[in-house]
Design a protein around this ligand. Structure first.
Ligand code: ATP
Length: 556
C-alpha cells in the first residue's frame, strides 16, 4: 500500500516538474485560446443581432454578417496557430524526456532486468502519453478556468440571471467530472500494465519464433497472446467507459443550461421581450462556454493516462546517472588488480564472487576458467562498471576503479562477447561504431587486423556490404571478427573477452583465436572461457564457486 502511494507521489512530482518546465512555452497557445474565447463572444453578439433581425426586432444587416464571417476566419486561423504552438511544445518536451530516459537506460546497461519490449514501451509509449498531459490537459485546464469567467461576465452585462445560470453550469462541470471520472487513473494504469504485458510477450515470442515453430508451440503461443489481447481489450473498454460517461455528463449540463436560459427568455418568441437580441446572445453563449469545458473534459482522460505513464517513468527518471571521477588522459598501459573482491546479486543466494584476488599486468593475458556459474562473467561485469563490488578493492594502475564513473571505466576496455551484435548497417559502419571519429583508413586497418577483409573481399560490395537484420547474413565466425575489428579500432589498454569462441567450430575457432592473440598482444587481457583452445591464450586462473581455486599452466 505504502509502495503504491509512493509511486503515486513520484508520478505527481514528475508531472508537476514537467508542467513547470513547459510553462514558458504554453503562454502563447494559452493566449491564442483566450483570444478564441473572446472572438466566440463577439461572434455570439453579432449572430444574436442577426437572428433578432430575422425575428423582426433589430436593424443588423450585411456588415454584421460580413463581420461574423471575418471573425470565423480569424478564429480558425488562431486555432491553427494554437495547435502548431502546442505541437512544438509537446515535441520539445518529448525530445527532452526521451533523451533523459534513454540516458538512464543506457547507464543501467545490461543490468536492467526489464524486458526489451518494456524498455521500448517506456521510451516510446509512456513519453507519448505525457504529451497529452502537457499539450491538452494543462492548456485546457487553464482555459476552463478563464473562459467561464469571460463568458459569464459577458452574459452579466446583458442579464445578471443568465450570467448566474452560465456560471453555475460551469461550476458544476468539475463536480460531474470528479464523480464520473472516479477510478479513471486506476483504469489507465491497468490498461498500461496490460499493454506492457502484451508488447513484451509479443516481442519476446517474435524473437524466438524459429524455436516455437520447431517445437510446434505456435498454436499455444497464439492462444496465450489472444488471452493477453483480450485482457487489454477489456481494460481499454473500461477506460473508454469512463471517458464516455464524463462526456455524457458534460452534454447533460449544456442541455440543462440551455433549458434554464430558454425558460428565462421564452418571452422572446412571444414578441414582448424587453431585450430580444440580449436574450438570444445569452442563449448563444452556451456553446462559447462549453467548447473549452468540453476540451477540458476530454483532456481529463489524457491526464489519467499521463498519471499511469508517469508512475512507470518516474522511478527510471529518478535514478541519478552514476557519478565518479573522469580520467585526465587515457593510460597506455594498465595493471589490473583484484583484492578480496566480493559480489552478491541476490542476498538469498551465495555470493557470485567470494573474495577473488588476482593481478594482470600489461602484455599479460589472464584466462578465467571454471564451471558454468563459477563467477567468470561477474569479474568482467565489474571491470565494465555494470556492477560495483560489495567489498574488496579493484585497482587500475593502483587507483581505485570504483571511483571512476562506469562510462569512464568502459572507456578503458574493449569487449568481445559470445555473439557479436551486428546492426543493420554496412560492415564498415558496424566496425566504425566502436569509434565514430575514426578515419576510413583506421577502420580499414582494424578490419585487416581482425581478418574481416579476408571474407569481405569475396562479398559483392566488400566493406560496404549491408549486414544485420534484413541485410547480408554473416556466419558466427565472421561476425566475431567484426567484433574483434571494433576492439582493434578502439585500441584500449584493457581487453575483456567473454567466451569469444563459443559456438564456433574448431577450424573457425583457431582463426578467431589467432586474431584475438594479436589483439591481446601488448595489452592487459582478461578472458573468460571454457574452451581448451582459448585457454592457451595465457595464464589460466581456475575459478570455482566465486573463488580463485588456483593457477594452471596454459594447456594443462
Ligand atoms: N543478474 C544476476 N542476478 C542474479 N544472479 C546472477 C546474475 N548474474 C549472474 N548471477 C549468478 O551469479 C553466479 C555467477 O554468474 P556468472 O555469470 O559470473 O558465471 P560464469 O562463470 O560467467 O558462468 P558461464 O560460464 O555460464 O557464463 C551464478 O550463480 C549466476 O546465477
Amino acid at each position: 500500500m505504502a509502495e503504491v502511494r509512493q509511486r503515486g507521489d513520484a508520478a505527481s512530482a514528475l508531472l508537476r516538474r514537467e508542467a513547470r518546465a513547459a510553462r514558458g512555452r504554453l503562454g502563447l497557445p494559452l493566449g491564442l485560446g483566450l483570444a478564441q474565447v473572446i472572438l466566440g463572444i463577439a461572434q455570439a453578439w453579432l449572430i444574436a443581432g442577426l437572428i433578432a433581425k430575422l425575428l423582426g426586432y433589430g436593424a443588423a444587416g450585411w456588415p454584421a454578417l460580413g463581420a461574423v464571417a471575418a471573425l470565423a476566419l480569424v478564429s480558425a486561423g488562431l486555432g491553427v496557430a494554437q495547435e502548431r504552438a502546442l505541437m512544438a511544445t509537446g515535441e520539445a518536451a518529448k525530445a527532452r524526456l526521451r533523451a533523459a530516459a534513454f540516458e538512464r537506460l543506457l547507464a543501467q546497461g545490461a543490468e536492467d532486468n526489464r524486458g526489451v519490449g518494456e524498455r521500448a514501451a517506456l521510451v516510446v509509449d509512456r513519453i507519448e502519453a505525457l504529451e497529452g498531459f502537457l499539450t491538452r490537459w494543462l492548456p485546457a485546464a487553464a482555459l476552463a478556468m478563464a473562459a467561464p469567467v469571460l463568458v459569464a461576465g459577458a452574459a452579466f452585462t446583458v442579464d445578471a440571471t443568465s450570467g448566474a445560470i452560465l456560471l453555475v453550469a460551469a461550476l458544476l462541470v468539475p463536480v460531474a467530472m470528479a464523480v464520473t471520472g472516479i477510478g479513471a487513473a486506476q483504469a489507465s494504469k491497468r490498461q498500461f500494465a496490460a499493454l506492457d504485458m502484451l508488447s513484451g510477450r509479443f516481442l519476446d515470442r517474435m524473437r524466438g519464433l524459429p524455436t516455437l515453430v520447431l517445437f510446434r508451440r505456435q498454436e499455444a503461443e497464439a492462444q496465450a497472446l489472444g488471452v493477453a489481447a483480450e485482457d487489454l481489450r477489456q481494460r481499454t473498454m473500461r477506460v473508454l467507459r469512463v471517458a464516455f460517461l464524463s462526456s455524457a455528463s458534460m452534454e447533460a449540463l449544456a442541455a440543462g443550461a440551455i433549458a434554464c436560459l430558454a425558460i428565462r427568455h421564452g418571452a422572446v418568441l412571444g414578441q414582448n421581450h424587453p431585450d430580444p437580441a440580449g436574450a438570444i446572445f445569452c442563449l448563444l453563449l452556451v456553446p462559447a462556454l462549453f467548447t473549452p469545458l468540453r476540451a477540458f473534459s476530454q483532456a481529463y482522460h489524457e491526464r489519467s493516462a499521463a498519471n499511469g505513464a508517469a508512475a512507470e517513468l518516474a522511478p527510471l527518471l529518478a535514478t541519478e546517472p552514476p557519478g565518479g571521477l573522469v580520467l585526465e588522459e587515457m593510460p597506455r598501459k594498465l595493471v589490473v588488480s583484484f583484492q578480496d573482491v566480493r559480489l552478491t546479486y541476490d542476498p538469498t543466494r551465495p555470493p557470485a564472487l567470494d573474495g577473488v584476488s588476482f593481478r594482470a599486468v600489461p602484455g599479460e593475458t589472464v584466462v578465467l576458467a571454471g564451471a558454468s556459474g563459477a563467477g567468470k562473467s561477474s569479474i568482467l561485469r565489474l571491470l565494465m562498471g555494470f556492477r560495483r563490488p560489495d567489498s574488496g578493492r579493484i585497482s587500475l594502475n593502483g587507483q581505485d576503479a570504483t571511483q571512476l564513473t562506469p562510462a569512464e571505466l568502459r572507456r578503458l576496455s574493449s569487449y568481445v562477447g559470445q555473439r557479436a551484435h551486428l546492426f543493420r548497417a554496412t560492415i564498415r559502419e558496424n566496425i566504425a561504431l566502436a569509434r565514430p571519429d575514426a578515419t576510413p583508413a583506421e577502420v580499414e586497418s582494424a578490419a585487416t587486423a581482425a581478418r574481416v577483409t579476408d571474407f569481405a573481399k569475396a562479398l559483392p560490395e566488400g566493406l560496404e556490404t549491408l549486414v544485420g537484420e534484413g541485410g547480408f547474413g554473416l556466419s558466427g565466425g565472421q561476425a566475431q571478427r567484426v567484433a574483434i575489428a571494433r576492439a582493434f579500432l578502439r585500441d584500449t589498454p584493457l581487453v575483456l573477452l567473454d567466451e569469444p569462441t563459443a559456438h564456433l567450430d574448431p577450424g573457425t575457432e583457431a582463426e578467431v583465436l589467432d586474431s584475438l592473440r594479436r589483439l591481446c598482444t601488448g595489452r592487459t587481457a582478461i578472458v573468460a572461457s571454457h574452451s581448451r583452445a582459448a585457454q592457451r591464450l595465457g595464464r589460466v586462473l581456475e575459478i570455482a564457486a566465486g573463488r580463485v581455486a588456483g593457477p594452471r599452466m596454459a594447456g594443462e
